[in-house]
Design a protein around this ligand. Structure first.
Ligand code: TYM
Length: 334
């Protein structure tokens, strides 16, 4: 094994792209898991800015978004004293191992990635090589840190499975260097759906702003969006496949209000969608208020934030350098 872990705690790595505003889908699918894992895991959380440039971004907007996303990690409960928080491009090892992963993955493997297929179809005319190679960079992110567990939303599961395959291929070619990571998904909320179209994922790139609830939405916006969320036919408030819209709202309520689905079903037995939605507004608002307060406080202290990110980058690199040295050695590089 490349790096000897100093303690027995499992290591987690995960990341979010600084594209668009973070929404409750990002929180429920992944950040909520990150916060919980701090109790008994060694955690590394990354603002993956190199992933964000597969589609060109305005430099000044990207720079600002990176800080916003990092501040939101902390506002949501990621504790810089317990976890490493850093910006991907601060650690050049990601780009180096990414190339090695490009040489480990086959074209066929990357062509099968469903996210590449859907994202490349949406690009008019120009599809960058980066968009195609993106899962190899993601594999590098994970493998650099000898990650045991990768907490993500359902849409990233295929990329983590690819990462396992690449780790296996590399290890069988050169010897046991990489840990094979496991994916960790939420039981409820691994795929939070749009409020306007419950058959589509809630997404940062959704053109209809009413489909997503952003972590920084005003409380008025939250109310408007939930009250206008589509519902299913019938009146029952139950969690089942045939009731996509209500099941989605129940999942959001359960995860943000910390109440089980069973309790919610019981509470709303015989009650209407109107009452349910009003209470959901309340639960979401109560959840968002302290996060927003903390977020604005962090953003006021940019110096403090930069310091956290700089130190995080250094700690991250101290780990990844060991993996990379092992990779160079077994491959005969240098
Ligand atoms: P990204 O930036 O698109 O999304 C960040 C995280 O949020 C999850 N997510 C959702 N979960 C539930 N419901 C939704 N509607 C929803 N929308 C998004 C995503 O699954 C993800 O966990 N490739 C990754 C970033 C990445 C990464 C990594 C993750 C780069 N390297 C290494 C883990 C490990 C991405 O684009 O996520």
């Amino acid at each position: 094994m490349g790096e000897v872990k100093m303690n027995k705690r499992k290591r987690t790595f995960s990341g979010i792209q600084p594209t668009g505003s973070l929404h409750i889908g990002n929180y429920i699918g992944t950040i909520k898991q990150w916060v919980e894992m701090q109790k008994d895991h060694q955690c590394i959380y990354c603002v993956v800015d190199l992933h964000a440039i597969t589609v060109p971004k305005k430099p000044e907007v990207l720079k600002e978004r990176i800080r916003e996303v990092a501040a939101l990690f902390i506002a949501c409960g990621v504790d810089p004293e317990k976890s490493i928080i850093f910006i991907q491009s601060h650690n050049p090892d990601h780009s180096v191992l990414s190339w090695i992963m490009d040489c480990t993955a086959s074209m066929g493997q990357l062509e099968r990635m469903t996210q590449y297929k859907s994202k490349s179809e949406k690009q008019k005319g120009f599809v960058s090589v980066g968009l195609f190679n993106y899962p190899a960079l993601m594999a590098a992110d994970i493998l650099l840190y000898q990650t045991d567990v990768v907490p993500v939303g359902d849409d990233q599961k295929q990329h983590v499975e690819l990462t396992r395959d690449l780790a296996q291929r590399f290890n069988s070619r050169y010897g046991e260097v990489f840990t094979e990571p496991e994916v960790s998904l939420q039981k409820v909320g691994a795929r939070v759906m749009s409020l306007q179209d419950p058959s589509a994922k809630m997404s940062k790139s959704d053109e209809d702003p009413n489909g997503t609830i952003d972590l920084l939405d005003s409380l008025e916006e939250v109310k408007k969006k939930i009250m206008s969320a589509v519902t299913d036919s019938g009146k029952e408030i139950v969690f089942k496949k045939e009731k996509l819209a209500i099941s989605n709202l129940l999942g959001i309520y359960s995860q943000l209000g910390n109440i089980s689905i069973e309790e919610l079903e019981k509470k709303y037995q015989g009650k209407g969608y109107g009452e349910f939605k009003k209470d959901l507004v309340e639960a979401v608002v109560e959840f968002l208020k302290p996060i927003q307060k903390k977020y604005y406080r962090i953003m006021k202290n940019q110096e403090g934030l930069e310091k956290i990110l700089k130190q995080g980058g250094e700690k991250a690199r101290a780990i990844s350098q060991k993996t990379l040295a092992e990779v160079y050695k077994v491959m005969g590089l240098g």
